[in-house]
Design a binder for this molecule. Structure first.
Ligand code: PGA
Length: 238
């Protein structure tokens, strides 16, 4: 396994290039003395190039990508375009893309395959809804989301229960350990946890077995909070 990873998913935030640059620079400077931790931020597409140009000591990734190189795909961005501006990480299959935009497993698999072929580090997100958990179907749902996923050394899985994302209600350590152990058993990959990670719960969550890092949403928009969460990953290795 590689080093633990902290990833910041900015989603559709912040509104304004100036703010985006300020946040990226803030994260870069706060995390600069942390060793032995991979750090990557995922700003909206329009900020990728300016951030890449000005922020050199933190990796930058895209929140989504298409599975073709070019052509008549209005509104889409290809892996080759991202590579051309030096972006080499992508998130694929985030629950907001599955549930709000309507991406299905089939499309997500195509994106994962293409991104791995193009040499990206790929964070594939999986996770059950509240209803699925209440019906005790969480393991089956996540296994299905992992079905047919190609093997690739650059693939990383993020377990993000949908009910924990942006709700302030993180999954419990024992729930996380159970699912991470399952996912690791199925894939052999590093597994990040995501869903309401914040500086108040990050020590506890970083201590959970088989947690290889975090995918942080809301708290990644605050450089100080992101930094504190990064410190937990260093200090609290199980
Ligand atoms: P959250 O989002 O940290 O705001 O819950 C996590 C994610 O969606 O990746």
């Amino acid at each position: 396994m590689g080093r633990r990873i902290i990833a910041g998913n900015w989603k559709m935030n912040p509104v304004g290039l100036k703010e985006a640059l300020k946040l990226a620079k803030g994260v870069e400077s706060l995390l600069k003395d942390i060793n032995n931790l991979e750090r990557v931020i995922f700003p909206p597409f329009v900020y990728l190039y300016p951030i890449k140009s000005e922020v050199k000591n933190i990796q930058v990734g895209a929140q989504n990508v298409f599975y073709e190189d070019k052509g008549a795909f209005t509104g889409e961005i290809s892996p080759k375009m991202l590579k051309d501006i030096g972006v080499n990480w992508v998130i694929v299959g985030h629950s907001e893309r599955r549930h709000i935009i309507g991406e299905d497993n089939n499309m997500i698999l195509k994106k994962v395959r293409k991104s791995l072929e193009e040499g990206f580090r790929v964070i594939l997100c999986v996770g059950e809804t509240l209803n699925e958990r209440e019906l005790h179907r969480h393991k089956e749902v996540v296994k299905r989301q992992l079905d047919g996923v190609p093997d690739g050394e650059n693939l990383i899985i993020a377990y993000e229960p949908v009910w924990a994302i942006g709700t302030g209600r993180n999954a419990k350590p024992e729930q996380i350990e159970e699912m991470h152990t399952l996912i690791k058993g199925e894939t052999g990959k590093m597994v990040l946890y995501g869903g309401s990670v914040n500086p108040e719960n990050s020590d506890e969550l970083a201590s959970v077995k088989n947690v290889d890092g975090f995918l942080v949403g809301g708290a990644s928009l605050d450089a100080e909070k992101f930094y504190k969460i990064a410190l937990s990953l260093i200090k609290f290795q199980p």
